[in-house]
Design a protein around this ligand. Structure first.
Ligand code: C2E
Ligand code: MG
Ligand code: MG
Ligand code: MG
Length: 288
């Protein structure tokens, strides 16, 4: 089976290195085609509860295997899709596919929640609410099983509009999560106006907490502040057991990262969840 590589490896296609804009145009044309021809895939990455130890939900992450270019990173094509408006169609596809998969996962894991990444452009679109509603109905799901992740930066683009759109969605029962917290310049006092229940600490903030004392202090303080404001706090990009137990000791609620599980297609996720319940949980249990 072919598996995506991460963006740091050489050989992965990145539009950043293109001299000609034509390449961006070709890429976006190819993305449109990929959408129509069903060439996109979703991988899922679990979120683990650090207190209870179990898996509470999974986040859908889009994957694109381009016929000639190989794996194209979402970090490269999502911004392009946002600029060109293709994101609306893309998000629609993600919502449909992810909810179908969630209904399937609910057979064995009825409490599992699904997180979907939403862009600023989606929040501006009048379609989003209807698309979500339709897919929930189609698959017999409840809004409370679905978390919408919006990045701190996206939420800040048009704060008044984000606030209004997110309020409508929160009233429908969706959980709202602030993604990549700490990667931008927004303050918690502003973000607190948004109807979010979850805050995800950006990987860049967390990755060196075990070796860098000021990073450790910043993360501890952010966790305490976020928790006192009523957020559930997720640490993302956790790659080592050491970082995981460190975050647990600081009172972080949930964890996501390669240490627990890499993003995985649904076919691999199902046995992974089964195995986690049987024995993986012991292997991934933390001291506290
Ligand atoms: P994100 O939502 O913050 O997702 C987390 C990213 O970190 C994912 O990258 C994931 O594969 C990666 N990751 C998770 N654990 C680890 C770890 O332990 N170490 C390292 N090095 N990386 C880790 P990915 O899948 O490449 O996605 C990048 C970004 O693209 C996402 O960041 C999200 O903002 C965006 N994205 C992905 N799928 C979608 C989608 O369906 N719709 C939208 N609008 N955006 C998406
Ligand atoms: Mg996310
Ligand atoms: Mg993130
Ligand atoms: Mg991110």
């Amino acid at each position: 089976e072919i598996t995506p590589r991460d963006g740091n490896e050489t050989g992965i296609y990145s539009p950043k290195y293109d001299i000609y804009n034509e390449s961006r145009l070709t890429l976006i044309a190819d993305l449109r085609k990929a959408l129509l021809q069903n060439q996109l895939m979703l991988y899922y990455q679990p979120k683990q509860d650090l207190l209870a130890g179990h898996i509470v939900g999974v986040e859908a992450l889009i994957r694109w295997h381009h016929e000639e270019r190989g794996w194209v990173s979402p970090a490269d094509f999502i911004p392009l899709a946002e600029e060109t408006g293709v994101i609306t169609q893309l998000t629609k596809w993600v919502i449909g596919q992810a909810m179908k998969d969630l209904a399937d996962l609910h057979t064995d894991n009825p409490e599992l929640t699904l997180a979907i990444n939403i862009s600023a452009r989606d929040l501006e679109s009048a379609e989003l609410k209807g698309v979500l509603e339709l897919e929930l109905q189609k698959h017999g799901l409840q809004a409370r099983s679905v978390t919408l992740e919006i990045t701190e930066t996206a939420a800040m683009l048009d704060p008044a509009r984000s606030l209004q759109a997110l309020n409508v969605l929160a009233e429908q029962g969706y959980q709202i999560s602030i993604d990549d917290f700490g990667s931008g310049y927004s303050s918690l006092s502003y973000l607190k106006q948004l109807p979010a229940s979850e805050l995800k600490l950006d990987r860049s903030l967390i990755h060196d907490i075990c070796t860098n004392e000021s990073a450790d202090v910043i993360v501890s303080t952010a966790i305490q502040m976020a928790r006192s404001l009523g957020y559930r706090v997720v640490g993302e990009g956790i790659e080592t057991a050491e970082t995981a137990s460190h975050l647990q000791a600081k009172g972080c609620d949930l964890l996501q990262g390669f240490w627990l599980c890499k993003p995985t297609p649904i076919t691999g996720l199902k046995p992974w969840l089964q195995n986690f319940k049987a024995e993986g949980r012991a292997a991934r249990s933390l001291p506290l």
